[in-house]
Each structure stands twice: as structure tokens, then as C-alpha cells.
Design a protein. Structure first.
Length: 368
């Protein structure tokens, strides 16, 4: 069954983005391609397979369903879970050799007990909290946590990690101090296995803090051609991977002064040609974009008129000569960026693409 709009995912661009960004790595560092949330809405398995072709070292996920889908697709790369898992989740995916995240002694004890019961070894990343406050152990607790892990049956320490909450903020000082904190923690633990993967950085760290690349960088938002923030520009050649389009389903000539949409919030200031599109907030097109956003027809920007309905929006196509029912309209892509829509909606580009990409009422196609 065809849906009223289509996401086109450009896998060639994704692989090229990985290559360009990978060229910025410090010597010896590798990429963990972050593909959680259905690869930020871009499609988990095709994106992961492309990452494999780009020679990344690992994949970052959060949910059991993602793990199963990757392994069922024949992808054998190491998988790092990027949040603590419940014991039930670990039990369900223990057969897939997932590197679990551990940030406290209780979780470590539970994991060890489970591993012994399953007669398996569970690899883990130990996480230190340098300031984000969501998960992980305090720096002062890490030495004892490592000792506990090294002496826990069924547990193998695979790596050490953290996450910097302000790496994409304009002022680098907080992140520089947190890098120093992490360095001090690392130096205090000579018992850390020599083959442990040390990874602390996201896209912003890759682009701004080469001293914090360590063994691996967890590369997410930038690999999809999107800026981590306004303070972190992308290198030349890194391009958006997602394009969202729909088609015109009706065109009407409407007189100056006519109103458009629920609440009659928009009155035409000229005689206009108005096109109706079959998308709305049920398709992931945010209602907060009402009377604010633009779309693109043939590369020309056209304003959205009136409120976003559940299934419909209206646009002004008066300045598009010869437009007809069935013509393609870009909602998101090279002309209308995720950054632009996010700014208008009061959110971030991450939310725009993950929302749109995880809506069931949108078709998705992949191009190489």
C-alpha cells in the first residue's frame, strides 16, 4: 500500500559522510556508527550495512529489537548498547555478544549472576559520569567499580566510556574540564585491560576535541549530514542523507482575503494559487510549523498557509508556473533543512528526523 509521502535515504551520501568524517579521526581511533532509533529514522539495517562497507569498528544501539534485526541481517560487527539494560533485556540478547553498559555495582552483580546462570561471558563498557547526571558512576567510584568488574565471574571489561553534555555548546571550557576529569580517572586505573576500548566522544567531540578521540568516537548525527548544533559546523562535502517528499493532490485559485485552514488563521494578501498536500501531524509534520514553514517545489520555496491539520497542509504555489496535481513537493531535504524546521518548531534536528523516520504512514526508499 502506497503512503502519501516518501522518505528517500541516500546511502551513497551516508557512506561518503562516514569517509569524510573518518578522515578527521586522531591516529589509532575508529568509528562506532550510532544507529539507534532506527538509525535516527533513516532505516536501521540498510544504514548499518552501509556502515559496515565503510569499515566502521562497531555499531551503537539501545534496544533489543535493534540487536536482533542487525544479527538477523548477518551483521557481525561488535554492538555497543548505549544505555543500561534491564536484566530481562540482557538475557534476551546474551546470545548476540552485545557489549552492555554498566555504571553501578548492583547492575554489575546482577549481570554476573545472569552470566553464570547462562554459562556465558557478558562483555561490558564501564561508564563514568563526568557531569551529565543520567547514568554511570562518579569519578571517585570508578576504581572500585573496575576492581569489582575484574573480579566478577562471567563479566569481561571491554571498554571505558563517558558522554560530554556540553560538547556542542559554544563555550568549550566545560568539556575541556570534563576531558581532564576523564583523563584523571583513566590514569588512576592501571588495571584497565590493555585491549579496552576507550570512547567518550560523539559527533561534536569528533569535530571539536581531537584530544578526546581516544580509541573510538561514537558518530551519530553528523554521519546523517546534520549539524550537532549551530556551534558545530560540518566539513565540506558532508550532506543530508534524508529527503522527504509528497505530491500535490489539489490546486485551487483563491481570492485575496480568503482564509485558509482551521481557525481561519491565515488570510490571503493577494489572489493566489493554493495547493493541498496529503501530509499533516499524523505523518510527523509538526503542528508547530503552522503558518511558519516553507516547502520546496522545483527548488523554489513556497510558504505553508494556515494550520497544519492531521492529514493535510496548504501551500502557496502562485509563483510556480504550470504547477499541476501530482507534482513533487520537498518537505525536507537539500532546500528545506532539518535545522530550519527544528528552529521553527522550537526543537532540534535530531527530533525532526527521528520523528519523521519512525512514522508508519510514510514510505521509505533507499538509493545508492
Amino acid at each position: 500500500m502506497r503512503m502519501p509521502s516518501v522518505l528517500t535515504i541516500n546511502l551513497h551520501r551516508y557512506q561518503r559522510n562516514l569517509e569524510i568524517l573518518g578522515s578527521l579521526l586522531s591516529p589509532g581511533a575508529q568509528i562506532c556508527a550510532v544507529v539507534k532509533a532506527d538509525a535516527y529514522g533513516h532505516g536501521l539495517v540498510p544504514i548499518a550495512q552501509t556502515a559496515v562497507n565503510a569499515n566502521v569498528a562497531a555499531l551503537g544501539i539501545v534496544d533489543d529489537s535493534e540487536i536482533r534485526d542487525l544479527r538477523d541481517a548477518g551483521i557481525s560487527l561488535p554492538i555497543f548498547r548505549l544505555r543500561p539494560a534491564t536484566i530481562e533485556e540482557i538475557r534476551e540478547t546474551a546470545q548476540y555478544d552485545v557489549v552492555e553498559l554498566i555504571g553501578d555495582s548492583l547492575s554489575l552483580e546482577q549481570g554476573s549472576h545472569l552470566a553464570q546462570g547462562l554459562n556465558r561471558t557478558i562483555p561490558v563498557n564501564l561508564k563514568v559520569d563526568v557531569g551529565i547526571g543520567r547514568m554511570g558512576a562518579a569519578p571517585s567510584e570508578m576504581k572500585s567499580l573496575l576492581a569489582h568488574a575484574l573480579n566478577s565471574p562471567g563479566i569481561r571489561v571491554r571498554g571505558l566510556m563517558t558522554h560530554f553534555p556540553c560538547a556542542d555548546e559554544p563555550d568549550p571550557d566545560i568539556t575541556l574540564r570534563q576531558i581532564d576529569t576523564f583523563d584523571a580517572v583513566l590514569k588512576s586505573m592501571p588495571e584497565m585491560p590493555r585491549d579496552a576500548v576507550i570512547h567518550v566522544g560523539n559527533s561534536a567531540v569528533l569535530l571539536r576535541f581531537p584530544e578526546a578521540h581516544y580509541s573510538m568516537v561514537r558518530l551519530g548525527i553528523a554521519s546523517y549530514g546534520l549539524r550537532p548544533s549551530d556551534a558545530v559546523p560540518l566539513p565540506d562535502g558532508v550532506l543530508p542523507v534524508m529527503r522527504w517528499t509528497t505530491r500535490v493532490i489539489q490546486i485551487r485559485k483563491m481570492k485575496k482575503g480568503t482564509t485558509v485552514g482551521y481557525g481561519m488563521t491565515r488570510s490571503l494578501d493577494r489572489d493566489s494559487l493554493i495547493a493541498t498536500l496529503p501530509v499533516g501531524y499524523a505523518n510527523g509534520y509538526l503542528r508547530s510549523l503552522s503558518n511558519r514553514a516553507h516547502v520546496a517545489v522545483r527548488g523554489k520555496r513556497c510558504p505553508l498557509l494556515g494550520r497544519v491539520s492531521m492529514d493535510l497542509i496548504c501551500i502557496d504555489v502562485t509563483d510556480i508556473p504550470g504547477i499541476a496535481v501530482g507534482e513533487e513537493v520537498e518537505l525536507l531535504g537539500d532546500t528545506i533543512s532539518a535545522d530550519e524546521l527544528a528552529s521553527l518548531a522550537g526543537t532540534i534536528n535530531y527530533e525532526i528526523v527521528t520523528l519523521v523516520g519512525n512514522v508508519r504512514k510514510i514510505d521509505r526508499m533507499f538509493v545508492s
